[in-house]
Design a protein around this ligand. Sequence first.
Ligand SMILES: [Zn+2]
Length: 377
Amino acid sequence: MKNFSKPFSRRSFLASTTSLGALYAANKFAPLAALAQSQSLPNDPRIAQQPIVDKGFALVRKIGDGVYATISDRTKGMQTRSNGGFVVGKDSAVLIEGFQTPIGASFQVETLRSVTQVPIQAALNTHWHFDHTLGNTYYGGAGIPVWAHADAAARMTSCFLLFQKEDLAKFLAPFEKRVNEAKTDVQRQHAQSDIEGVTSLFTFAMQSVLGVPSRPLDPAKMPMKIDLGGLTVVIEFYIGHTDTDLIFRIPERNVVYAGDLLVYGQYPTNINGYPTKWRANVAKFAKFDKDTLFVPGHGQVCGQEGVALMLALFDDMADQAQKLYKAGVPVEEATERYVVPAKWKDMRQFSWGFCVGRTIEQHYAEWSGKPGPVLNY
Ligand SMILES: [Zn+2]
């Protein structure tokens, strides 16, 4: 988790994050080191030890014949922010993810072109979130169709167009109120972390030209297969992190691009999630072959250990919430009282409210049958 114990000046924070230039440079408020890159890679002969290219903000590594992972390092820049990759068959290729900026998407196309000249069938988005789609405009300009869940385009426009009409101060007002009304330092730190998280999301959405997917994929028709010549991409739909989550499986190489349904070395980000269904779907990944390699939405490439960790994080949040619920602790208090276990103290959180807080609120709502005061943005 981020260290929020050192207070930062609100003015300097806003000044340094309200321009994309500052955000591209690096995230000053992510002192949590290069967690994504420092996690050790699974010991697997499919994974090349040397990346084919390392731009700082992201590197691309071969993780199987024709299969590549783009792994972001937000401490060195925010151009990609999410992970992605590409898959190259004998006849054609696909790109995975639109990243946070067109610079990120262009980096991935350039890298793909350094290994093959086969036609690119499509760029696939795992879900509609800003850090996976705001770079789609580059693909559009390059004549590469973007495929995503049928509802992804509508989710992007309804959320991001709203941000583009709003001003940041007004948008942050309810979050500032929570900071000002905090009764304890811990509560204040939690509320400040939400300001940091949503500011970064809002700023990128507000300043980006939207590139909505050009081909809606009907979840009722999944699994869907794309034949690349010798390699197949199998597209499957799992609700969880959002209601538009797709995974891309490459059965011939036993590799899965999981999007944010699976993140490694950090708490699941629950801005638009469904924690109970999400956990149940991640449990299905645990039943995939034991040697499956996963490219998570954020964090290092992992094997089944990444799936087990994600399940343990969900279970710990649910277990602690349930104890508080049974003890009659009100939901507003329960969201603040979750304790990050010592072994996970270095794990990143997008923000307290959008990892722990909202998850606990949703569990309470489920157990009581009453919808709680769900955090909104
Ligand atoms: Zn996401």
